[in-house]
Design a protein around this ligand. Sequence first.
Ligand SMILES: NC(=O)C1=CN([C@@H]2O[C@H](COP(=O)(O)OP(=O)(O)OC[C@H]3O[C@@H](n4cnc5c(N)ncnc54)[C@H](OP(=O)(O)O)[C@@H]3O)[C@@H](O)[C@H]2O)C=CC1
Ligand SMILES: CC(C)=CCC[C@@H](C)[C@H]1CC=C2C3=C(CC[C@@]21C)[C@@]1(C)CC[C@H](O)C(C)(C)[C@@H]1CC3
Length: 447
Amino acid sequence: MLYGAVLRTHVFALQRYQGSMIQNTEMKLDKQRSTHTTEREFGGTLGATCIPVFLPLTVLYLLSVCRSPEASVLQWPPPLPHTSQLWHPSAPMLLLGWLALQSFLYMLPVGKLAEGMVLRDGSRLKYPINGFHSFCITAIVLALTLWLRMPLGYIFELLFPLAVYSMGISFLLSLYLYLRSFWAPKQALSLGGNTGNPLYDFFMGRELNPRIGSFDLKYFCELRPGLIGWVVINLAMLMKEVELRGSPSFAMVLVNVFQLIYVTDALWNEEAVLTTMDIVHDGFGFMLAFGDLTWVPFTYSLQSIFLVIHPQPLSTIGGISIIILNGVGYYIFRRSNSQKNQFRRDPTHPSVAGLETIATATGKRLLVSGWWGLVRHPNYLGDLLMATAWSLPCGVSHLLPYFYIIYFSVLLIHREARDERQCRRKYGLAWDTYCRRVPYRIIPYIY
Ligand SMILES: NC(=O)C1=CN([C@@H]2O[C@H](COP(=O)(O)OP(=O)(O)OC[C@H]3O[C@@H](n4cnc5c(N)ncnc54)[C@H](OP(=O)(O)O)[C@@H]3O)[C@@H](O)[C@H]2O)C=CC1
Ligand SMILES: CC(C)=CCC[C@@H](C)[C@H]1CC=C2C3=C(CC[C@@]21C)[C@@]1(C)CC[C@H](O)C(C)(C)[C@@H]1CC3
């Protein structure tokens, strides 16, 4: 017991030391950057101007193609929705009701409070860990609506207006975030979204952790309305299929179950999101607001939307192979994310204490064995295997259900490059040593 207490004291001292080292490094970086940052990502100002126009159009285009009989991404002219299809009086009510429900559940005093990573001023923010509770209560509300015979499948007809209003909300939120950031202290600004160029900063997000009281807007949006909304849309598509054909297809059930597992996992392991790039590094601007509130629910559900109009036969053996692929992907994704999260929170924990590591000048260490010794992003590898398993139930006759894998591969390759730049800046020579020890980025012996 005495040994345990001594060890814990040492761990706390080590963590405080690490915190102050990181703080020093960040302060030095801050000074080097003077008032504004100059480095630009996502194609700089041009990218930041075009992406907010291009992404909403892409969402509408994908939904239209998905609902058209051909479902061909190459068909010309493209099947665009009629303007009358874009509006519906129930859509804003449904969306605002949904946001109000999720906000209310976020504020419920259930679950524990967790501390985020050390900020540049040396402090740590507290976050409620009640995402899984919110998810369960939402499931009860949904079960009630089904029991009351409310036509959940009607969401299929409302997809366009829901997406359009959700885009409106994302834009308004981003504008609010941009404006309020001018009242935030300098230490509260993100290092990447503070260039002085309004379009770029609006896109990247100036403030790192915008809060209204203790309500953390970025953390709330990252995991709740969009992610849970994605599962609801999937379920609605399943109900629509039941309405049309009497029972759900094997392919639809697989897509629903796989993606439900993914979302449940994210909410069950909510605390781990506090160590991801989005929370630790990125500001909260259009990219994340639109990504969380519109992109995730309306494009991640494309497979289930596609299956409503384009049912696909799936053999038992085919289904079992896809289940195995999803299982393997999930195993790699979960184990590697948990290993890093555990290591960052308590490097002396028995599950990670025996792993080989290398020291860095910041006081933090890098894992070079276990999952993080296999490739530099084992979690991305698992995620990509799962993405493949989500598309395969839709057959191979159409490209559209594979949109997610294509987009996700681009996102992860770009994300990996961004992370690599940040780590090289943070860890210098130690990062180069890590890259020599673990030469592959995502896929062993290939990439
Ligand atoms: N479904 C979706 O749309 C998306 C899913 N994701 C998933 O989110 C999860 C989180 O991804 P993301 O935040 O991008 O990145 P990671 O969880 O991979 O985090 C990267 C950070 O981990 C730390 N790190 C890197 N290498 C090591 C090492 N060898 N030892 C210890 N720490 C290390 C570094 O931070 P530090 O050293 O400062 O701790 C680095 O900045 C992934 O599983 C990803 O697949 C991501 C984007 C979109
Ligand atoms: C095209 C566009 C607007 C891109 C914005 C990117 C966002 C959609 C993604 C950035 C990082 C994300 C993460 C998840 C969802 C997608 C976004 C927001 C995530 C919440 C999915 C569930 C995972 O388990 C996760 C918690 C690890 C993950 C975190 C990153």
